[in-house]
Each structure stands twice: as structure tokens, then as C-alpha cells.
Design a binder for this molecule. Sequence first.
Ligand code: 3PG
Ligand code: MG
Length: 399
Amino acid sequence: MSIRNLDDLLAEGVSGRRVLVRADLNVPLDKQTGEITDDGRIRAVLPTLGALVQAGAKVVVCSHLGRPKGAPDPQFSLRPVAGRLGELLGAPVHFATDTVGDSARATVAGLADGQVALLENLRFNPGETSKDAAERGAFADQLAAFGEAYVDDAFGAVHRKHASVFDVPARLPHVAGRLVLREVQVLGKLTGEPERPYVVVLGGSKVSDKLAVIEALLPKVDRLLIGGGMCFTFLKAQGHEVGTSLLEEEMVQTCRNLLERAPGKIMLPVDVVAADAFAPDAAHDTVPADGIPSHRLGLDVGPRTVAGFAAVISQAKTVFWNGPMGVFEMAAFAAGTRGVAEAITKADAFSVVGGGDSAAAVRALGLDDSAFGHISTGGGASLEYLEGKTLPGIAALEN
Ligand code: 3PG
Ligand code: MG
């Protein structure tokens, strides 16, 4: 890989230099309290930030959070993230209340060697996500002025052609941070020659979101296990009625084609937990996958499915898992996700967990992170990487 990394930058010496770090601090927040519910993405950039602090750099961190519409929106402020980042670093993080305005300029100018600043949400500025290269470029010019070098450690955003990801590295000496380097190394193992059997477990709600990755992975994997909301469109393609479960009617034929293309490779649930409402306290029963009552919706895979999936996973040498098997946020519908996750941790396999939701599920279910080979911080990014797409943020580092 022709990408320079943080060690190359550190070897040049960064003491007293301003280093702009693009991080992905897009963490989930509690809708009521605004509190951070999973700080995994903040922890994931600590190795890069810690090394820069140690080396005496003036560290200017920028990130997006959520999807504000190009203007300040308090519910998407990074302020709580600055607080948590400071706790984890063991030193206060200076927070700028804008991204490239007076507050940002003053905050960056005031940094001492080894101190860290966090700029307000990049997406409060229309230039960040603009499709117009000139508009993005103008914003990238302002951002680039805050650094003498640029580090991309925002793996979760490398698939976005955004100013901070794609245009800033064209303006500054640039390197991949520790997280981006590790993610690319690990995912590269999966796109190269993974040890076999190679088993992929996919969940999540929509087939349409995962179609490209299913198409790309199907020829490469030995088994593809499908759960989550998207399994119902596949079950329908097999000719089963799915009651009021999530269904993408327009994808049924596509699923049928996929099943025919690779007979026996795709494994679907044989039983599901069917509920009478999408609610934590809904009445529910385990039913066969070909016997979902017309008034019920499937919210998890059932125990026979978990046992079948676990048996396949136990034989695997490489496992990639993206997407929960059910509505794991509700205790009554968490067993499928937990069972599959536990099977992965027990397998004598190199395992990679891809995606915001599956990574959050691992932590929410209290599973041990270290039992997995790698937990990716990128949802869309890791899937697009596995699809073999050119990722704008990686391409920008290669130049
Ligand atoms: C993510 O959560 O997948 C990344 O932070 C990217 O966010 P986005 O999908 O809003 O671009
Ligand atoms: Mg996303």
C-alpha cells in the first residue's frame, strides 16, 4: 500500500506543529438525555491522538456527528464528545463552538504543544458535503489552514467524498492514522485470500442496502448466513408468507435470483420470533420460518436458527459479521444477535465485526470486544471496502 502513515509523520517530528486530524466521532446519543450511549468510536482514535500529544503536536481534531443539514443544529453538537474525549485522554480538550469561524481560529491559535482542540461539527457547514467541487474546495481551504499536516483517522467516513475526507488531503501533507491503517490491513485480508471456510453473517433491516455487498461477496464466501429484518424478503422469495414483517416487495425477485445463483450457499432462518407489535413488551412466540402468522411480524431469529448458524460458524476459519439478527435493543428480541455473536467469539476463526450497529450490539450485549479479531468502526465504509469500491478518503491518501 502506497499510503504514508502516522509513523512516517512522527519520524519527521511534529513537536510544535499543528496537525489536523479527521476523526469519525459520530457516536450514538441518547435521544432524551443527549448522553453518549457508546463511546467506541472515541476510544478508537485514542492511539493516534495519544501519539500526537506525546510527540508535542498541537492537535486539531475535526469530525461530523449525525446528519445536520449544512447549518448549526444544537442536537448534533460535538460538545459532549469533547468532554468525553478529554476524560479518555486525561487532559481537557479545547472546544471550538464553530468549525472554521472566530471560535475555531482563536481555539487553534491558543493551543500549546501537546494540547488538543475539537472543532464543532463539520456538517454545520454546507461546503463539507457539497457535490460542488468548488464549494467543497473553499471549505477545505479554511480547514486546511488549521494544520501543517493532515491525518485521516476517520475510517467510518472514508467512503464519503466530503471536504474533510477528500479535499483537505489534497492541500496538506497527509498520512493515514493508526485506526485507518489497521482497518485497511484487516479488511484487506478479507478481500485477499481469507482462510477457509470463509463465513459471512449479514443482518440489518434492508436488502437494498446490502445488495451490492451480497453480490460482491457471494462468489468469495463459502457460506452466507442471513438474519435481521432483511431475511424476510429472502423468506418471501422462497415462497413463505412473512405476516407483517419488514418486507421489500420490489427486492423479492432479486433475492430469488441470488438464491438460485448460489444454491446451498445462502442460509436463511428456519425459525423466527414473531410478535404482535414492534414493542419491547409485545406478545411473541417462536414459529417456523414457513409458518409466520399473518398478523405477526418477525423481530428476531429463533433458537433453531441460532444453533444452525452457530454450527456453520464453529467450522469457519474466517468470519465477517455485519448487522444485528434482530431488534437487539429490546431484550425479548436480543437472543438471536447474542447467540450469533457468542458463536463467533467461540469459533477458532479470524473474526471481523463490521459496522456501527453490530459493533454497538457487541458492547450493548456486554460481550467482550477482545474476543473478536477486529471490530470495525465503519458501517457503510467497511461494506463498500469489501465491495471493492474505490473509497474517496483512501484514494486521497494514496496520492
Ligand atoms: C457512519 O456512522 O456510518 C459514519 O459516521 C458515516 O456517517 P454518514 O453515513 O452520515 O456519512
Ligand atoms: Mg452510515
